[in-house]
Design a protein around this ligand. Structure first.
Ligand SMILES: [Zn+2]
Length: 281
């Protein structure tokens, strides 16, 4: 009897595997790509697009320092690369952008010229950095243009941004990087226009490759609010790009297909456009 049970279990596992195969590789909309100046020579745009193909990534959200990298990538594949505008450039960095006297002029000029769907990724390490006239202007620009802010910060700076303007749409980078699932859940609960992407969190979401029960509960409860990202913030990340995507796909495959597809690409498509990617691999 036990032997028959084992055979049956093995057969069921095979069937499940076959079903997953029939559904095809889960496409990933990578919501955290940077294409910074150091990447351009070792990874020309054609090579980056090959990596997207190899990783099963039909669409990305991209920003860079300087912004020209984003524009190059977007020009190489306009249907594939959704550009967002980073405040950083020569002399303006993650630690001083919020006090940059020329910020408004720079952002307004670029936003007028380009098809940006957001501003970011920018960092707010200290919550008080959110309380400058420059940041206030950034929130106004986002609202005027109905575009998203891609914010790398803990929970408190996100609260400050929503205090400035409750109607903001915020894509919270790295789900707060080190914020525990309880905090991520309470933020999603409190702010209806907060979304989050999971770059750098695969180790927390699925320690040892197994999806953590608390994160699974969050994914079920806030199924429309999670997205996937890799964060190619330094050049060596491109060398690992396929693996970086795969570590997310691996835990998504432990969810029901419908939920996995929402987090993998449907939520991002709803926010940034791109049609139905389900047929792509
Ligand atoms: Zn980041």
């Amino acid at each position: 009897m036990r032997r028959i049970g084992l055979v049956l279990a093995a057969a069921l596992a095979l069937l499940a595997g076959a079903e997953a195969k029939a559904q095809g590789r889960l496409p990933i909309f990578d919501c955290h790509v940077h294409y910074g100046q150091n990447d351009w020579a070792p990874y020309p745009t054609a090579k980056v697009l090959e990596l997207f193909d190899a990783a099963g990534v039909p669409r990305v959200l991209a920003s860079s320092t300087p912004d020209d990298g984003t524009l190059m990538l977007n020009k190489a594949a306009p249907d594939r690369v959704v550009p967002i505008l980073r405040p950083y450039r020569s002399g303006v960095t993650s630690s001083n952008w919020f006090n940059d006297p020329n910020l408004a002029q720079y952002l307004e000029g670029r936003l007028q010229a380009g098809a940006y769907k957001g501003i970011g990724e920018f960092h707010l390490f200290d919550p008080n950095s959110a309380d400058t006239p420059q940041v206030k202007r950034v929130t106004e620009l986002a609202l005027e243009r109905d575009i998203v802010l891609h914010v790398h910060s803990g929970a408190e700076p996100v609260r400050r941004l929503f205090a400035i303007e409750p109607k903001l749409k915020i894509l919270w980078a790295h789900a707060g990087m080190s914020e525990p699932p309880e905090v991520v859940g309470s933020m999603l609960d409190k702010y209806a226009t907060l979304w989050t992407e999971l770059s750098f969190r695969a180790g927390d979401v699925a320690p040892g490759g197994k999806l953590d029960a608390r994160w699974r509960t969050l994914f079920e409860k806030y199924s429309d609010r999670f997205m996937i990202g890799t964060d190619t913030y330094v050049t060596p990340r491109w060398g690992n790009y396929v693996d970086l995507v795969e570590e997310h796909r691996q835990y998504l495959m432990q969810l029901p297909r419908e939920l996995a597809e929402k987090i993998a690409f449907r939520n991002a498509v709803r926010m940034f456009g791109g049609g139905n990617l389900a047929g792509l691999n």
